[in-house]
Design a protein around this ligand. Sequence first.
Ligand SMILES: Nc1ncnc2c1ncn2[C@@H]1O[C@H](COP(=O)(O)OP(=O)(O)OP(=O)(O)O)[C@@H](O)[C@H]1O
Ligand SMILES: [Mg+2]
Length: 204
Amino acid sequence: MGYVSSITADSILKAALRRAGVAAGDLDERGIDEAVVREIGRGLSLFLSSEADLRESLAKLSALVTPRVGASGRAPITIDILTETSIVDARLQARASARGLGFDRTDQARITTVVSELARNIFSYAGTGRIVLSELGAPRAGLGIVATDAGPGIPNLSQILVGNYRSRTGMGLGILACKRLMDAFEITSAAGKGTTVRLAKFLP
Ligand SMILES: Nc1ncnc2c1ncn2[C@@H]1O[C@H](COP(=O)(O)OP(=O)(O)OP(=O)(O)O)[C@@H](O)[C@H]1O
Ligand SMILES: [Mg+2]
């Protein structure tokens, strides 16, 4: 197996991030993606003379690439909402999933906002619950989001859905905004049994 010193590795990584247009500080949130792996490969090829070594290194790196949700049989991602920190986890997973599926930055932001909003509602009103992100293949490709909890349910749901309810913050966020930002929306809620929100965003 070939070898590069940690100083060389560091400069290869920095150059790769620059070429892939990723600020070093963003790596934690963005995760490593295909573009970064490709650029690291270009850098490494200058130092590793053996083709086999290069392939092996790239295979290891590729294993670190943020998974594409549900892509070609990959399992859906479940985020358990247990504490306020789970909302951050949900946001990160939502963004990674949206990016992995090829949504543009605007749709990535919409999806992240919706998942964040649903996670916050679960945390605030139901205590705990879960969000599942899955790739939709047929009839249309996209991302499916299901948020469920076994909390108290939403008694004034019909009022909320017709817009006769002013959300706490009045920021135009909340359940109705989630509906507007997505392409498909369905909510069921039963007193004492909990709430389930299903949404989908389709790729253009
Ligand atoms: N998962 C849930 N379980 C129980 N009640 C919920 C749940 N999600 C929302 N609600 C109820 O529905 C209301 C409307 O939710 P919505 O997210 O639209 O607005 P909000 O949370 O009040 O305000 P904002 O989201 O703008 O801060 C909430 O005030 C809450 O009473
Ligand atoms: Mg809310």
